[in-house]
Each structure stands twice: as structure tokens, then as C-alpha cells.
Write a protein that binds this ligand. Structure first.
Ligand SMILES: [Zn+2]
Length: 321
């Protein structure tokens, strides 16, 4: 069994930074906090399933790919939570980590959740699964693989009670995965090891890198409402400049060490793809261009363009923290 990639979703890195830069008590702040919670719950479900699969000791020829984003000719892109590839099957898993009492309704398909008396309607995961499955089959066909993909929704939340399951039995609990995989072992072979390696290479080559940054643009947020400069790590208030090494939070009444790298990282997550030294000076509330150049240099930003057109980008090989 070999496992390939799962990066932390960029939204989970970016949303807390966006929230920090939005005014306290704003509608937007609350909305993005909730969005963050939802993505975090989904991601922790995926990690739970990852751990479970790793503990299963599947045959060495089995390949597991996580968090894949591919695009079809024509531009339509689709995202896969988990793909299990073996000599006998390609199995697509959509992972859900939703708690509560759940009813799958049909005509039209939707999921109704009752969580401690609060009823919410959600997009149906079965519809989502079937769409992804058809996209993946089309993607495989475009590359000469005429394979029908099997698909299941894995419910990773043990606090869920599925009151009415979808008609086509496409939902299983995480603990049922071994039984499902065992049943599939009796299927005839559809690929040999070489085919599997080729397919994996092809998937890796065609991965679309999903980048929602800068979030201001992605969510069309009015820049004027966003807090600039270095923020207090505790209360997210804009810090005051004391000297080049120190800032001060008037709310917490403490000195904070200057952190150009952290503030400039926020720039690239929230504000823009590039920064000029003038923009940097304004953003960090510095009194001259010389200090801005110093902040750019110590952060290790990459220079693009020449003379008056000089701009800087976040180094492509430097991960956001
Ligand atoms: Zn503070």
C-alpha cells in the first residue's frame, strides 16, 4: 500500500488570517469564521479516514491518492477526497464528517440534518458523488482508460445517525471499509501494476493547483474594511510602531516583536499576488522605502520585473504557515 499526498487545504491556512484582518463584530467576520469551522470539520474527517486506511495493511499493489484536483478539457475542474486504485478496481471516496440525525431525501435530492433540534438542509452528498464519478470517468476516458469507477460516501462522524439512507446504498460508515475492500478482492483484474503506475503518474502530472489566494479577490471583499500592518497575535488589533524591532498593542498593553515575515505573508494570503516596495511601506506603516526594502529582503520575497516595474512575489517554493 502506497499513499500519495494530502496537503492541508489552503483555505484552512488562509481563512484565519482573513478573519484576523476583518473588523471585530462585522457580519463578514462571523461568516468567514463559520466557513472556517465547516472546512475544519470536513478536513478532520478526512484525516480520520486517512489514519484508518493506513492501519488496514492493504496489499502492496494498492495505491491511495488524497485531495486530487483535476480538470477536464473545456476547463471544468473537479475535486476528489480519496481515490483507491488496485489491480481490480478504482474506488472513489467522498468523505463526510457531519454529525446529527440525517435524512436523505430524493426528488429533489437533499440532505436534511437535525442537530439537537436545529434543522438544516444541505446539498446532497450523493449528487456530489455521482457528479465527481462521471467527471472522473470522462477524465480517464480522455486518457484512454475505459474503466468504470466505483464510488462510496464514507461517513467519518460517529455522532451521526442516518435515519433515512439514500436509495442506492452509496453511504457507508468508516468501519465498513475493510468489508467493502474484501468483497472487491473477488473481482477480475482490470489493470496490471504497470498500468497502475502509469495512471498515478498521469494523475500527478495533471493535478490542478488550487489557489484561492489572495482571498480579498476570491471573496470580493472591499479592501477598505481590512486591517493593514502587523496585527497583535492575541487580539488582532493593529500594532503601533515603536522601533524597527518592536511594536506595541494598545489593547493588550504589551510590546510585540516586529514580524515582517508574518505580516507580509498575510499580504499574499489576503491582499495581493505581488507587492511593490511602496505598497510594502504603506502596508507595514514604515516611514521610508529603505525599511520596506529591508522587510522584503528579510522575508525572502522573490523579485520580478526591472527598475520602476520592480515587484515582489511570495517565493513559490516557500509554504505558507
Ligand atoms: Zn492585543
Amino acid at each position: 500500500m502506497e499513499i500519495h499526498f494530502r496537503d492541508k487545504p489552503r483555505m484552512l491556512i488562509g481563512l484565519p488570517r482573513l478573519v484576523a484582518r476583518l473588523p471585530v463584530n462585522s457580519v463578514e467576520r462571523e461568516e468567514f469564521e463559520q466557513r472556517y469551522q465547516r472546512i475544519q470539520v470536513g478536513y478532520s474527517g478526512e484525516l480520520k479516514v486517512d489514519d484508518f486506511l493506513e492501519s488496514l495493511n492493504l496489499p502492496s499493489s494498492t495505491r491511495i491518492l488524497k485531495n486530487i484536483e483535476l480538470s477536464l478539457e473545456g476547463g471544468q475542474s473537479f475535486q476528489i477526497d480519496l481515490l483507491v486504485i488496485s489491480e481490480k478496481y478504482i474506488l472513489l471516496f467522498e468523505v463526510k464528517n457531519i454529525a446529527g440525525e440525517l435524512t436523505f431525501e430524493s426528488n429533489p435530492n437533499q440532505l436534511v440534518r437535525n442537530l439537537q433540534g436545529r434543522v438544516t438542509k444541505m446539498d446532497c452528498p450523493v449528487t456530489q458523488l455521482l457528479n465527481t464519478k462521471s467527471y472522473l470517468e470522462r477524465w480517464l476516458k480522455q486518457r484512454g482508460y475505459s474503466i468504470s469507477v466505483m464510488s462510496k460516501i464514507i461517513w467519518a462522524n460517529q455522532q451521526a445517525f442516518i435515519k433515512v439512507a439514500p436509495e442506492n446504498a452509496s453511504v457507508i460508515f468508516m468501519k465498513e471499509i475493510p468489508l467493502l475492500l474484501k468483497a472487491l478482492e473477488s473481482y477480475p483484474e482490470i489493470m496490471n501494476l504497470k498500468d497502475i503506475e502509469h495512471l498515478i503518474e498521469s494523475i500527478k502530472r495533471h493535478q490542478v493547483v488550487y489557489n484561492p489566494f489572495p482571498l480579498r479577490e476570491y471573496f470580493r471583499i472591499n479592501e477598505a474594511i481590512l486591517k493593514k500592518n502587523q496585527l497583535c497575535p492575541t487580539c488582532h488589533l493593529t500594532l503601533h510602531y515603536v522601533n524597527h524591532k518592536t511594536r506595541f498593542c494598545s489593547n493588550c498593553q504589551v510590546n510585540v516583536k516586529t514580524d515582517y515575515e508574518g505580516a507580509l505573508q498575510d499580504w499574499f494570503i489576503v491582499f495581493g499576488r505581488t507587492i511593490t516596495s511602496k505598497e510594502c511601506q504603506e502596508f507595514l506603516g514604515l516611514s521610508n522605502r529603505h525599511q520596506a526594502k529591508y522587510a522584503i529582503r528579510t522575508t525572502g520575497l522573490k523579485k520580478v520585473g526591472k527598475s520602476v516595474a520592480t515587484k515582489y512575489i511570495w517565493p513559490p517554493d516557500k509554504p505558507f504557515k
